[in-house]
Design a protein around this ligand. Sequence first.
Ligand SMILES: Cc1cc2nc3c(=O)[nH]c(=O)nc-3n(C[C@H](O)[C@H](O)[C@H](O)COP(=O)(O)OP(=O)(O)OC[C@H]3O[C@@H](n4cnc5c(N)ncnc54)[C@H](O)[C@@H]3O)c2cc1C
Length: 402
Amino acid sequence: MNDSRPTAPEQIVIIGGGNAGLSVAGRLHRARVGEITVIEPREQHVFAPLQSHIAGGAARASEAIRRQADVIPSGVRWVRDEVFTVDADAQRVHLVSGEHLDYDQLVVCAGMRMAWEQIPGLPEAMSEPTGISNYDYDLAAKASPVLRDLRAGTVVFTQPPEPASCGAAAQKPMYLACDWWRSIGVRDDIRVVFVCPDPVPFGIPAIDRELQRKLDEYGIEVRYSRELRSVDAGAGTLVIGHGDAEETLSYDVLHAVPPQRAPEWIAGSGLAASDDRHGFVDVDPETFQHVRHPEVWSVGDAAAVATRRSGGAIRQQAKALVKNMKAVRDGGTPSAKYNGYSVVPFTVSRGTVVFAEFDREGRLQPTVPFWRSLYRERRLSWIADRRILPWVYWHLILRGLA
Ligand SMILES: Cc1cc2nc3c(=O)[nH]c(=O)nc-3n(C[C@H](O)[C@H](O)[C@H](O)COP(=O)(O)OP(=O)(O)OC[C@H]3O[C@@H](n4cnc5c(N)ncnc54)[C@H](O)[C@@H]3O)c2cc1C
């Protein structure tokens, strides 16, 4: 005899209401997969890619921010709290408030943590009028007038090594600022030093050629294979290095991007691989299912996705994740696979972008198939990055429609 009693809807808990969490929530809700709860402590939702434009003087700070309540997809419950730990064996999430939530399926979308404290003197330097960054909303807003009004001196831009959230976006305000200084005739009075963790600007030859051309054109001094080691804001100096080699640079303005890692509670909950010192959620990088807890999933910056992290990557990840969660719910196995597609739109001037799209192996993956040279410096890519993508983000991506 069939049991006709209705079964309780599956409880799906999503940790984090950022780019990944809301895209996944919107998609799951439209696919009618269970009851969805998003846990997110912040009242304001920030579209991080615009922070580069803000820092470089090409967008207003207010354009990058919306009330979280206004962007949670309809039909999705928002718990304004913070996860303290996950007990994956008990399928329970413990919150900082002392409450807990039980789940049938858990999706971890907690992003990355900006580890400013890992560089001695960096937090103090960022609190000075000369310390700026596109990797923090307030510091990006602070950067805009600092770079706009500078007429002479030394500006050092630093990029951290991977893992990072769209790490090469560290370069975006640098090109925007150089273009501005050139347009007002002060470029020759400003020494610009770029501290790059790698031996090349990006790591894919076609993209490197485009970026190197711009670096040369702007006369930027590049310190390749160097990382920021410490800052002395009082003296206006910083130390960069590689192995035993160290160099001290003086600066008038420091645009720094901090080292990055997953939030510590992920490893504390046993969700990271024991040998992952950055503590990312230990998922299959193609299907996003956790390697030890099949009811746990993760996408976005917090997941061990084995590719460069970006918002553009999340669009593909969210599609595959939702297909796989549905397949498992229906008794199947996760078969949708993510190829590691990711993107970095380099704003190389105030009107052009080098649009780097690539897969896990570093092969170019243009959005428009067969347009192999789409990555080249173009006005069209600027319009897409500055005008179209923000609209698509607020109206489609966060609702799980794109
Ligand atoms: C400056 C900058 C520029 C960028 N530029 C680009 C670009 O041009 N193109 C591009 O494609 N990508 C870009 N990116 C990358 C893109 O923004 C990220 O990949 C994307 O935002 C990651 O989404 P996410 O949801 O994984 O993380 P986030 O958007 O960071 O969201 C994580 C959320 O989890 C929440 N959270 C954290 N801990 C907890 C907890 N304990 N409990 C509950 N919630 C928690 C946080 O409050 C946050 O809201 C850029 C990133 C930065 C920082």
